[in-house]
Design a protein around this ligand. Structure first.
Ligand SMILES: Nc1ncnc2c1ncn2[C@@H]1O[C@H](COP(=O)(O)OP(=O)(O)OP(=O)(O)O)[C@@H](O)[C@H]1O
Ligand SMILES: [Mg+2]
Length: 245
């Protein structure tokens, strides 16, 4: 299942605070898109609008070229806060999507157990969220998102609470999962290297109110080596763009 999504001139204020100032972004089928921008510029708000949690003031959203109010029933959304249910075990939290969708739970559970293994969570399947570290909870939330089988993935800083090593590991794992079954993905990150390792295109957002400051296409073959001269060059350019007014 693949979908493409396009946002056109999205504007949003909270009271007198203008947060999004005509933001247009597009994720084509199976594309990995990174959104990068200063803290508080409106990245999470943008994902909320796509997921239908917040209505835009103006602008349009197109799903597969059809105008829609939002893409609620088409997205799997990993929020910035992990939002695990405290009364369910890690495994049962991960299986929430398939359970709600009424899917074959035995198959979903087998896949979930495999993901727990690959994400370094083997042995923690029956643990409750309160007993897990922040990074472990984040991994459970990521597994839950990957299991929910929607056409579009929204990932809000999926590796935010992890140490550098675990981050790099999970990033490589996510990339392998995506290469096996490419999904249209929009992810928010503060990390330029993460964006350059993963993304087909990077949208650089300005300070609030957010507008698209630049779009960088990254056509290097994956897996990308951060020491490769082309990578180093793009990283310098991306940092320059981020810092420019
Ligand atoms: N429901 C809301 N009501 C009022 N203001 C809000 C609401 N949601 C977000 N804001 C404001 O909108 C602005 C953008 O917030 P948002 O969470 O989208 O930023 P962000 O780019 O995701 O930041 P970060 O990188 O720190 O996660 C902030 O000033 C925030 O205070
Ligand atoms: Mg945010």
């Amino acid at each position: 299942m693949l979908a493409h999504i396009k946002l056109s001139e999205i504007t949003k204020s909270f009271g007198a605070l203008l947060v999004l100032n005509g933001v247009s972004i597009e994720a084509r089928s199976a594309e990995l898109i990174a959104l990068i921008g200063p803290s508080g510029c409106g990245k999470t708000t943008l994902l909320h609008i796509i997921a239908g949690l917040v209505p835009p003031d103006s602008g349009a959203i197109y799903l597969n070229d059809v105008l829609v109010p939002n893409a609620r029933s088409h997205v799997a959304y990993m929020q910035q806060k992990d939002l695990l249910l405290p009364w369910r075990t890690a495994l049962k939290n991960a299986l929430l999507g398939p359970e709600i969708a009424g899917e074959d739970l035995r198959r979903a559970e087998a896949y979930a157990r495999q993901l727990f293994e690959e994400f370094g969570l083997a042995g923690f399947e029956d643990t409750y969220p309160v007993q897990l570290s922040a990074g472990m909870r984040q991994r459970v939330a990521l597994i839950r998102t990957l299991l929910s089988q929607r056409e579009i993935l929204l990932l809000d800083e999926p590796f935010g609470a992890l140490d550098a090593l675990t981050r790099a590991e999970l990033l490589e794992w996510l990339l392998r999962a995506w290469e096996k079954s490419p999904q249209t993905t929009l992810f928010v990150t503060h990390d330029v290297e993460e964006a350059l390792k993963l993304a087909d295109r990077i949208y650089v957002l300005s300070e609030r109110p957010a507008r698209v400051k630049a779009i960088m296409t990254v056509s290097l073959p994956r897996p990308r080596d951060p020491t490769h001269p082309d990578f180093v060059h793009l990283k310098a350019e991306l940092l320059r763009t981020l810092r420019s007014p």
